[in-house]
Design a protein around this ligand. Structure first.
Ligand code: DGY
Length: 327
């Protein structure tokens, strides 16, 4: 390893192709453990790192950034960066890049998987079989909610929200949506979707799927009041970030059958999942798998490498999030 090259530190492993691409250009260091890097290790490793590649479970706050006296780039492995104090990075003149675009379809796929799984009670059936409790077909066994022809309400109409539309249309669903900024009417017509207030989306939908970024305004976007607006036969799907939903309020709504079910890929305090969710049959729990395919994780790694290479060669950063950091 050539120690004269800048140190690039990855808090988690990446697919081999990304390492092969980066190794000739830098002094690549990677967390050797297949687990989130302990904070003391992060604080040590960042001291001489020129580039840090963090992942969503890493808290990159002002203390971490200030410990990185040589740090010149944060090349985030992921599109979401709510774990990073962007203001502190900007003030310190450290640009942040992310990996937009390449995980849109895979994340929409997992939302769709959760939707079909919870509505058709596949997880419950799986548990029944594994517990050797299945006594054969029954006319009233594990009856779920209809998907085809139902109304889906999309909250958030960015890339992933839009990627849900063809999936829903493939199931002949009516699509309504709420977004902070309404699309123009020509685009709504072309997409075949109708705009409604958040309250109307919650009240009218058979499935509510969340596709907003986690920012201060969307923290607890769905709490007790919002869950109370939903139909008792409706399902909530969350593949964005856990704190968009008040998990305790969701547990109560599910326990009291105020909604029919939920499909979750993200949690308020990952990897801790509210203990109240675990005994409930009407929730499907996935361990933050939204972008977890070989193809997507490879593309994410390649975007990280694109940004690191651009930085090393002094070129413009293709996916900069905080251009103000560059002055
Ligand atoms: C993302 O890219 O934001 C995924 O959730 C992984 O962190």
């Amino acid at each position: 390893m050539n120690e004269s090259k800048p140190k690039v530190y990855l808090t988690r492993e990446v697919v081999p192709a990304v390492k092969t691409r980066l190794r000739p250009q830098c002094n690549l260091h990677i967390n050797p453990e297949d687990r989130t890097l302990p904070r003391e290790d992060l604080l040590r490793e960042i001291q001489d790192a020129v580039v840090l590649v963090p992942n969503s479970p890493d808290t990159i706050d002002a203390e971490v950034l200030e410990a990185g006296s040589k740090l010149k780039l944060l090349a985030n492995f992921g599109v979401g960066y709510n774990n990073i104090d962007v203001d502190a990075a900007t003030q310190l003149g450290i640009p942040l890049t992310n990996t937009p675009g390449v995980l849109t379809e895979t994340t929409a796929d997992i939302a769709w998987g959760l939707l079909t799984n919870v509505a058709r009670r596949i997880g419950e059936g799986d548990r029944m079989i594994r517990a050797d409790a299945w006594e054969g077909w029954g006319p009233l066994q594990l009856l779920g909610g209809d998907i085809t022809g139902a109304t889906i309400g999309l909250i958030g109409m960015g890339r992933i929200g839009k990627a849900m539309i063809p999936r829903a249309k493939g199931f002949s669903m009516k699509v309504i949506y709420f977004n902070r900024t309404r699309l123009d009417e020509a685009e709504e017509r072309a997409l075949g979707i109708e705009y409604a207030s958040k309250e109307q989306v919650l009240a009218k939908s058979d499935f509510v799927s969340l596709h907003v970024a986690l920012v201060p305004d969307t923290h607890y976007l769905i709490g007790e009041a919002e869950l109370n607006l939903m139909k008792s036969t409706a399902y909530l799907i969350n593949t964005t970030r856990g704190p968009v939903v008040d998990e305790k309020a969701l547990v109560t709504a599910l326990r009291e059958k105020r909604i029919a079910g939920a499909g979750l890929d993200v949690y308020e305090q990952e990897p801790t999942v509210d203990a109240g969710l675990l005994p409930l049959e009407n929730v499907v729990l996935a361990p933050h798998l939204g972008s977890a395919t070989i193809g997507t994780r490879t593309k994410m790694g390649m975007i990280v490498a694109d940004n690191i290479e651009a930085f090393l060669s002094g070129g413009p950063l293709p996916n900069i999030v905080n251009p103000a950091a560059l002055g």
